[in-house]
Design a protein around this ligand. Structure first.
Ligand SMILES: [Zn+2]
Length: 113
């Protein structure tokens, strides 16, 4: 979880966090057994992420980052390397992904120190 959130924050200057004080918005992440081809799912009606509990390490972080991308409004892309490639287990959020998030939501202002 932390690695997935860190990858978005580093690439897209988002301010996502895991746990901590009551956030203004939150997305629960559930881990559950699923068939191997199913890495994860963002359920927009529930506003929740589901992740196959057979994942670990870097591929787990990429899958959670992919589902966060869906939660942010991104769709699958196949024309370039992207965290949003279908079935992606290795590509973290890219500058192109960050640009798409900024196009949807606007760029985050610099964080105050
Ligand atoms: Zn997807």
């Amino acid at each position: 979880m932390a690695a997935a959130v860190a990858s978005w924050n580093a690439t897209a200057a988002t301010r996502l966090s895991v746990g901590g004080p009551a956030p203004s918005a939150s997305i629960p992440v559930h881990f559950q057994a699923a068939a191997a081809p199913d890495h994860g799912l963002y359920d927009g009606q529930l506003g929740a992420i589901f992740v196959n509990d057979d994942l670990s390490g870097p591929s787990l972080a990429v899958v959670v980052a992919h589902e966060i991308g869906h939660a942010l409004g991104l769709v699958h892309v196949t024309d370039r390397a992207s965290v949003m490639n279908p079935g992606n287990l290795s590509t973290p959020p890219t500058p192109g992904d960050a640009a798409r998030v900024a196009a949807l939501w606007g760029a985050c202002p610099p964080a105050s120190q």
